[in-house]
Design a protein around this ligand. Structure first.
Ligand SMILES: C[S@@+](CC[C@H](N)C(=O)[O-])C[C@H]1O[C@@H](n2cnc3c(N)ncnc32)[C@H](O)[C@@H]1O
Length: 324
């Protein structure tokens, strides 16, 4: 499974949901139980809780990240084998999860199993990222590194722009998508993450970490070394420009918010209670941790939904993509 640091997630999501209009297709104000899958440190979970009175449950396969997420309940779990009964939520959503999965369609089908109404995703298209920088070499180098990374990485990190088709192929109906641009800027005065990022550029850290992916993307070891040298020289220019208070950078990352409706399942039609057939879902109360009382859910029901899920290996590349 591709791993992320809490610092990376916090820094890259800063300001992402200052404008929440793109979340309109999720109809957050009418939800009663929401599941955020692959919640990480809970950057989207927080927005869901602010925009809805629903009980918001957060799931992730990484327990260190999950521990940072503030939710009404948290559960360790795999996106393709969720520890919940059929139709347990009226919205199941993820942000920047599918681009990290080898079989994103399987995850969407699992979302549809545990949702009685909507399934949604918020996913970037890394091929559409645009970088502008006051250091002339930065934008073309970033594009070269990003394009090579995309060619070599083992999951589809451009998935956002095809997420509408993915949800339709997974059997969802009334699929609606919106493009949303997350702009990240660096300008004086520089904060600690910006200074750290500049130092990492000057050290060539990211290129070295991504060397295996860049090799799969078509670069020879010599090509990677050359790219790293150019990257470090660019990084030194960035550090110098920051020291002079003259560095500015703007990156625009396109995200796609896509939502689709779950067709009523046969089990739902037979039961007529909207809860489907739980017979094949083993139950135990292991992984769900309630984080607030809230009084908005039935504890017994919640405990019966949980089952032990072990972490699965969802990909061997442990490096950060150029922008994720
Ligand atoms: C790029 S992060 C996104 C985190 C958060 N949604 C956000 O946007 O800030 C991807 C998250 O998915 C989690 N993840 C990856 N594979 C998973 C899987 N198979 N099941 C559940 N979570 C998974 C990772 O641990 C990580 O927290």
């Amino acid at each position: 499974m591709r791993r992320f640091s809490a610092d990376y997630l916090t820094a890259t999501r800063r300001g992402m949901w200052d404008d929440r209009s793109a979340l309109a297709p999720l109809a957050l104000d009418s939800r009663t139980r929401i599941l955020d899958v692959g919640c990480g440190t809970g950057e989207l979970t927080r927005v869901l809780r602010e925009e809805s009175d629903a009980e918001v449950v957060a799931v992730d396969a990484d327990c260190a990240l999950l521990a940072e997420a503030e939710a009404d309940a948290r559960a360790m779990g795999d996106a393709t084998r969720l520890p919940f009964r059929d139709d347990a939520f009226d919205l199941v959503v993820c942000q920047a999860l599918l681009i990290n999965l080898p079989d994103p369609r399987r995850a969407i089908e699992e979302f549809a199993r545990v949702s009685a109404d909507l399934v949604a995703c918020v996913e970037p298209d890394n091929a559409g990222v645009v970088v502008e920088s006051s250091v002339a070499a930065e934008a073309p180098l970033a594009k070269r590194a990003r394009d090579t990374y995309i060619a070599g990485v083992e999951t589809d990190v451009t998935l956002g722009s095809s997420a509408t088709a993915l949800l339709r192929e997974a059997g969802l109906s009334d699929v609606e998508g919106r493009r949303y641009e997350h702009e990240r800027t660096v300008q004086p005065p520089y904060d600690a993450p910006a200074l750290d990022a500049a130092k990492a550029k000057a050290a060539g850290t990211r290129i070295e970490e991504q060397a295996p992916t860049l090799r799969r993307g078509g670069l020879s070891r010599t090509d990677v070394d050359d790219l790293k040298s150019e990257w470090k020289a660019m990084g030194r220019d960035v550090v110098d420009a920051m020291a002079a208070g003259e560095y500015e950078r703007r990156a625009v990352v396109p995200f796609y918010v896509v939502a689709g409706r779950v067709e009523a399942s046969d089990a739902t039609r037979v039961d007529g209670d909207g809860h489907g057939d739980d017979a094949e879902r083993p139950t135990d109360d292991g992984p769900v941790e309630r984080t607030t009382d809230g009084g908005r859910a039935d504890d017994a029901e919640r405990a019966s939904e949980a089952r032990d899920v072990t972490e699965t290996d969802v990909g061997r590349d442990a490096t950060d993509a150029p922008e994720r």
